[in-house]
Design a protein. Structure first.
Length: 397
């Protein structure tokens, strides 16, 4: 959006306040500037140059981008597009740390090579030194990172077991390529057992969501173009993603002029809709499993139902769903850029998890999994956090 389009969209907000109870930051601070209504007013003032203050920018920086406000808005204000566009008008506000981080995650070959180095770092004893001497950012990064298991490298192609039913591609994501290896391998295992060839293209890159929401839309579009060329070069029945945070942005590619030829789907929904899971046998599981639905999954039709349907294939499982009380605080890179608020938001979610007395928490978004698992480690909670695909494959006979 250009400035005139921003102002026109912002003018659609009638300041009714129906969004306020749905905004996680407003519920915590009770500051009008930290509400969607207040932020829309601030964006109008900033774009029209009526005000200019670093203190006002702080309110925009505290926005999670969960977009719970959009679902509640009777006027249909496109709040997400508004705040992305305002951030894009102020590239000078992107810190050096943010630029470096965004630059690194857009270079997937570097991320791939970093995984064995991170495993070495975790096992060398350097971790304890970094936590003591590395400063707030480094020590926080260290605490977020789970112990990385030894895992074979992902191959570009996996042949289906007989009978062959089609070919799908797996979108790995950037951070997911490091931290979600167990879920990615579980996805390949289940898909090939059900008769699907699986392509994992080496040339795919970051989806671009973090860049889009951090004021770098041009780079986000460049990354989308790389992914479009990569996946459209293959003959596919579907492109599947395991992280709903990536999925929400991939579904926006057509608006960016980067349409993907094959249909996109959350992997849990795809598997549930195949009608093939009945061909598999699962070992009973006498444990309490709690489903966490990330904000991103609530914006993808059918994603939440797909997870529940998938996990009900496991005999004996006590399946529960965490009530929707708002964002956990991960919100892309928010858990790094706004750690205090992210931790406050996480605390209330962890309290609810504790009240549910579960053994396993499943979630479909990488950032949520990292953030919640780090909180549980800090509180010494003995709850496993995993992707639903890991659990379903773990119970395969």
């Amino acid at each position: 959006m250009n400035p005139n389009q921003i102002l026109a969209e912002a003018d659609r907000c009638v300041k009714c306040g129906l969004c306020l109870p749905h905004c996680p930051t407003y519920r915590l601070t009770r500051d009008e500037g930290d509400s969607p209504r207040g932020r829309v007013a601030l964006m109008q003032a900033l774009v029209s140059k009526a005000v200019e203050s670093a203190k006002l920018h702080r309110h925009l920086d505290l926005c999670l981008g969960c977009l719970a406000c959009e679902s509640a808005c009777p006027s249909g204000v496109r709040y997400g597009s508004l705040i992305d566009s305002v951030r894009a008008l102020q590239p000078e506000r992107i810190s050096r740390f943010q630029r470096y981080r965004l630059s690194m995650i857009s270079r997937l070959p570097y991320l791939r090579s970093s995984r064995p180095l991170l495993r070495l770092y975790q096992r060398s004893g350097l971790s304890s030194i970094v936590r003591k001497l590395g400063g707030n950012r480094l020590s926080r990064l260290d605490r977020l990172l789970p112990m990385l298991p030894k895992s074979p490298s992902l191959q570009p192609f996996y042949r289906a077991h007989e009978p062959a039913r089609g070919c799908v591609a797996l979108f790995t994501g950037c951070v997911g390529r490091i931290t979600d290896q167990p879920a990615l391998h579980a996805s390949v295992d289940l898909l090939t057992r059900l008769g699907f060839d699986v392509a994992v293209p080496d040339l795919q890159t970051c989806c671009g969501a973090l860049h889009q929401h951090s004021g770098q839309p041009a780079i986000a579009t460049q990354l989308a173009a790389i992914n479009r060329r990569t996946f459209n070069a293959l003959k596919l029945d579907a492109i599947l993603y395991i992280a709903t945070g990536c999925g929400v942005h991939l579904l926006e590619y057509e608006k960016l002029g980067q349409k993907l030829n094959a249909p996109l789907s959350d992997i849990s929904t795809f598997l549930s809709n195949t009608g093939l899971l009945g061909e598999l046998c699962f070992t009973p599981l006498q444990r309490k499993v709690l489903i966490h639905h990330p904000c991103s999954s609530r914006r993808i039709p059918g994603a939440g139902a797909g997870v529940s349907k998938l996990l009900r294939q496991i005999p004996g499982v006590d399946l529960r769903t965490l009530p929707n009380t708002g964002c956990c605080g991960a919100a892309g890179s928010y858990l790094l850029t706004q750690p205090a608020m992210a931790d406050q938001l996480r605390h209330s979610i962890l309290e609810q998890i504790g009240q549910n007395d579960c053994d396993i928490l499943v979630t479909t978004n990488t950032g949520c999994a990292l953030h919640l698992a780090a909180g549980m480690r800090f509180e010494c909670a003995k709850i496993e956090v995993m992707h639903p695909l890991q659990l379903i494959v773990q119970q395969l006979r």
